[in-house]
Ligand binder design. Structure first.
Ligand SMILES: [Zn+2]
Length: 371
């Protein structure tokens, strides 16, 4: 049924085949002049019989991936897609609600952590919908916790490490990571302080998210991150928003920025993620979609080249989260594409100059971006 609807929508849109001509294609390193064919929701090779769209000399990027969002209300997928974010990795949401958002034709494609592992009495235990369900009091509850998440459809396991007021014991984090790995699931650790990064690393978490605001990771911590093959989703947009909006004591955005610079310098893969959310009670609202473009600017400000920033929102998250069907413009991959007018390799802010968007081959109307 769903696939019949998809086919119907495709045939209403140029017989299912489109050729975008006169574009410069980002190949992961540089811009290469060419034509890109969309066929059956995928990147094709043969333009014969295709509806032709003149790209006007613009730049064609792979659809953008936001590696840290919260799908906490209606309309989020449409907002994400309208800013060229064709894949979003949710890092805590109510699984029954998120399930309805999966696999929607012409919408942003999602993966989700579902309910994160939360220490009783911590700040995060008060998050509506997920706080109570995520409570885990000790290591003996880890196997059950992970099994429940897997049964609910979580794509990876999220652990909130270092939440204010109460935190997991190290043994609990260790047991959660071990249980997740037994199920073949990646572990994403929320770690926004130097100490919580150390706890997450000691447990063997695969992916660290946020970047400490209370200090800069020292050379040893950076070297451990690199040696373990860990990846980092610093959510600089949220780190900046928390410092600007709440001005917590002992927090400085410059610390987050400096750790990202050091991690990048050491060769640690950095992913673009925003912590986009619209939940009451969270420290700062970060708008879905629009914020990914701000994150790219902040990553460049922290020392990434424009090419590395684009890779941070395309090929690197695809590789890190095991999504081999996206993150690049190559035959056979999902036709997730963003046509921008200006050259983001020269100025990363050009990712905002969006002219057209395709999400799994379906054209999506861009938000007004002010360009
Ligand atoms: Zn988050």
């Amino acid at each position: 049924m769903a696939s019949q609807q998809r086919e119907a929508a495709r045939s209403a849109d140029g017989g299912g085949k489109t050729a975008i001509t006169n574009v410069r294609v980002f190949d992961g390193r540089q811009l290469v002049p060419g034509t890109v064919v969309i066929s059956g929701g995928r990147i094709g090779t043969d333009p014969a019989g295709a509806q032709v769209i003149d790209g006007g000399g613009g730049v064609l990027l792979p659809g953008l991936i936001d590696a840290h969002v919260h799908l906490d209300g209606p309309g989020r997928l449409a907002a994400l897609a309208s800013y060229g974010v064709t894949t979003a990795l949710d890092m805590a949401s109510v699984p029954e609600r998120t399930a309805a958002l999966r696999g929607q034709a012409g919408q942003t494609d999602i993966r989700s952590a579902g309910i994160p592992a939360i220490a009783p009495g911590s700040l995060h235990s008060h998050i509506p919908g997920v706080g109570e369900r995520g409570l885990i009091a000790g290591p003996d509850e880890a196997k059950r916790f992970v099994a429940d998440r897997v049964a609910e459809g979580s794509d990876y396991i999220k652990i909130v490490v270092g939440s204010p007021f109460a935190d997991h014991e190290q043994a609990t984090i260790d047991a959660l990571v071990a249980a997740a790995h037994e199920h073949g699931k990646l572990v994403v650790a929320h770690a926004s302080s130097v100490e919580s990064v150390a706890k997450a690393q000691a447990a063997g978490a695969d992916i660290l998210t946020h970047a400490p605001r209370d200090g800069v990771l020292d050379a040893g911590a950076v070297a451990r991150t690199a040696a373990a093959g860990r990846v980092v989703v610093p959510t600089l947009t949220m780190m900046e928003a928390i410092v600007n909006n709440l001005a917590p004591p002992d927090a400085d955005y410059a610390n987050s920025r400096a750790s990202v610079a050091a991690l990048h310098e050491a060769g640690v893969p950095i992913l673009a993620g925003t912590d986009a959310n619209d939940s009451p009670g969270t420290p700062s609202r970060v708008p879905h979609g629009d914020s990914l473009h701000r994150e790219l600017e902040l990553l460049v400000d922290a020392g990434l080249s424009t090419v590395d920033a684009l890779r941070a929102a395309t090929s690197i998250p695809a590789r890190s989260f095991g999504l081999p069907d996206r993150g690049a413009i190559e035959p056979g991959l999902r036709a997730d594409l963003v046509l921008v007018e200006d050259d983001p390799l020269r100025d990363i802010r050009a990712t905002r100059s969006i002219r057209r968007i395709w999400c799994g081959g379906f054209e999506v109307r861009p938000a007004a971006t002010g360009n």
